[in-house]
Every structure is written in C-alpha cells, then in structure tokens.
Design a protein around this ligand. Structure first.
Ligand code: UT7
Length: 344
C-alpha cells in the first residue's frame, strides 16, 4: 500500500475562471516517437519469415506508408506520452506545476486502470489536478481536445495537457498482412490554455455504434483470463468508405458553426491512416494537396497520437505558423469521428 502523501495545496486545488477568457488556445506542442524505426522492407522481411507476402510497392500505393516506429519492450503509452507532454510544456514555456487538467486519448493504456493520464501525471511530478483518459480510438485526440476546450471555456481548467499516446504495435497480428503493415507507435501533446481570443474556434464530434464491428479489438478481461481475440481486426474497405463521407461532413459542420468557408483553412491535419483518404478529404474541401500535413508516410497510423504528432512535426518544421487556421479531423473505431477548427 502506498504511503505517498498529497500536499494540502494540491488537493484543495480549484481553478477559477480567468476573467475575460472565453476561449482556449494552443500554447505549445510536443511529440515523441520510439527510436525503433521499421521500414516497409523490414515488414516485408518479418512477414516473409512466416511465409506471408507483402511489398513496399503495395503498402506505398495503397496507403502512402513507408515507415513506422515500434516501441521496445517496456516502452508504454505513458512513457511516450510523458515525453511528448514535457516537450509541449517546454514549447509553451510552462512547468508541469502550471497544469490544472490532464486528458490523455489512448486505446492502448498501460493497464486496465488507473488511467494513462494518471500515470503521466505521476511521472510529471504533479498531483491534485484532474487526470483522465478518453477512449475514442483514432478520433481520440479530437475528442480529448474538445473536452479540454469545453472545460477551459466553463472555467473548470486554465492550462491543460491534451495528449494522444499509443502503442498499437502491441495489438497487431503479424500474421495478418491486411492490418499489421498499417500501424505504428508514438505520442503527441498540446498545452491548451485559457485565452480571450480563439484558439479553438469550433468543434463537432460524432459516433455511430452500429459500426462497432468494422474496426475493433474484440477481447475482454474476465476472471483472470483474456476472453476473445486481443488483436486488431479491420474491414479496411468498409472503414475507407465510411471515413471519406464522414470527414467531409464533419469539416463542413465545423465551418458552418464557425461561420466560415473552406478558404479559411491554411492546413488540413487529418488522422494519418491512409494518404488516399487524406487526399480525398482535401479534394472535397477544394484544398490543394499541398495544404495537407502528411506524416503517415513516416509514422504509419498511430491512432489517437497521429494528429498531435502531425501537428507538432508541422509546427517544428516551420510549415505551420502562428496566425494560421488549422482543420483537425479524426476518424476511427466506434465508429467515431470529429473535426476541430483552430486559429493557431
Ligand atoms: O485508423 C482508423 C481508420 N482506418 C482507416 O482509415 C483504414 C481504411 N482502409 C484502408 O486504408 C484500406 O482499405 C487498406 C489500406 C486497409 C486496404 O487497401 P484496399 O485498397 O482497400 O485493399 P483491399 O483490402 O481491397 O485488398 C486488395 C488486395 C487483396 O488481394 P486480392 O483479394 O485482390 O487478391 C488483399 O489480399 O490486396 C491484398 N492485400 C495485400 N497485398 C500485399 C491486403 N494487404 C496486403 C499487403 N500486401 N499488406
């Protein structure tokens, strides 16, 4: 039993609304990739050992993926999430003690409970502020960002860490070539803080549980055993068709809520699953393909981590500049989807 003490100041923590602040804004971004980079050729060689054929050509042509990162044994979502969070805090010029809410989007938590957000909080050396996970699979980051934005707008938080962290390699069946070549591991984070200017301009979230079976990990823990298959299953074509339609709809919804049209978008930062889906979304929005932030080629599909990873890479490479408008779009298992319009 732990005897760790919670100090009085932290446990009586209660943020109050910042006067005049009705919005939230991104104050800093960070990300972290495991050091083990796995190329398509590495996957070809790995699958060949089990007599399974795939090729760099097939993977690049169908998905745009050229490489992904796999976490080494012992490297968990919280380990990657902490590093991404530290980098986001550095970028914002803040310390962990400045944070009053931690929301982590993940479908690959370190353990059943406590939440990965609580483990990240412990590792950051802060305590007292609320910390919880959001589970919306590949839409997790847009869900988490929307929740954090709402808590800031209502005065429940002032400075939040919003993290997407995943180790999807742990869910993969390396005998199923239709899925194992698609996914990777990583984490991304933003510091979202109260502001009198937007920030997060508008967001829309959706889910439709009728499609729960087209993308899932159909396992549960029961009485000390794993019931069902604990590896990822996907009907790729069904997901593909649904994704293209819902992403277009969600984009137009947030633009309508914001009272703007497509011309306001400087950068589209979609969930990085498949380059063809991303390009299809851009075309429907009448955006040039050079307006898409693309990291799927180097990261693969990192589920809830993909959008904050792409955002951080584009910020640090100088692609994204302050004052620009970003459309973040997530889609994935559940079925879930959503869009967030951000003035960066
Ligand atoms: O993160 C949540 C969101 N997820 C997504 O957005 C994923 C959406 N879906 C997709 O991105 C695509 O459907 C996939 C990339 C998963 C698949 O691409 P596709 O163009 O839909 O391929 P397919 O499933 O229709 O398969 C075409 C062929 C099949 O062979 P036959 O039946 O035509 O002989 C597959 O067996 O490609 C074969 N195939 C492969 N061949 C070589 C499937 N996987 C592989 C592989 N290497 N890894």
């Amino acid at each position: 039993m732990s005897t760790r003490q919670t100090d009085d100041k932290a446990s009586s923590f209660s943020p109050s609304p910042v006067s005049g602040a009705r919005y939230s804004r991104i104050a800093g971004t960070g990300s972290c990739l495991p050091s083990n980079r796995v190329t398509n050729q590495d996957m070809v060689d790995r699958l060949a050992r089990d007599g399974i054929a795939t090729s760099d050509e097939w993977i690049v042509e169908r998905t745009g993926i050229r490489a992904r990162h796999f976490a080494d044994e012992g490297v968990t979502s919280s380990v990657l999430g902490v590093e991404a969070a530290r980098r986001a805090l550095d970028a914002a010029g803040l310390a962990p003690s400045d944070i009053d809410l931690i929301v982590c989007a993940t479908s690959t938590p370190d353990m059943v409970f406590p939440s990965t957000a609580c483990l990240i909080q412990r590792e950051l050396g802060v305590h007292g502020c609320p910390a919880f996970d959001v589970q919306a699979v590949c839409s997790g980051f847009v869900y988490a960002l929307t929740v954090a934005d709402a808590m800031i707008r209502t005065g429940s938080a002032r400075r939040t860490l919003v993290i997407g962290a995943e180790v999807f390699s742990r869910l993969l069946d390396f005998k199923d070539r239709t899925t194992c070549v698609l996914f990777g591991d990583g984490a991304g984070a933003v510091v979202l803080e109260a502001s009198d200017q937007p920030g997060v301009v508008a967001s829309r979230l959706h889910a439709d549980g009728r499609y729960a079976d087209i993308l899932n990990v159909p396992a549960a823990i029961s009485c000390g055993s794993i019931l069902g298959d604990p590896t990822l299953k996907m009907d790729g074509q069904a997901v593909f068709k649904l994704a293209v339609g819902v992403l277009d709809k969600a984009a137009h919804e947030v633009l309508e809520v914001a009272g703007r049209d497509e011309s306001c978008i400087d950068w589209l930062i979609p969930h990085q699953a498949n380059l063809r889906i991303m390009q299809g979304t851009a075309r429907k929005l009448r955006l040039g393909l050079d307006k898409i932030v693309v990291t799927v080629d180097q990261h693969g599909n990192t589920s809830a981590a993909s959008i904050p990873l792409a955002l951080d890479h584009a910020v640090r490479s100088g692609q994204i500049q302050r004052g620009q408008t970003l459309l973040l779009e997530g889609v994935g298992g559940g079925f879930t989807w959503g869009a967030v319009l951000v003035d960066y």
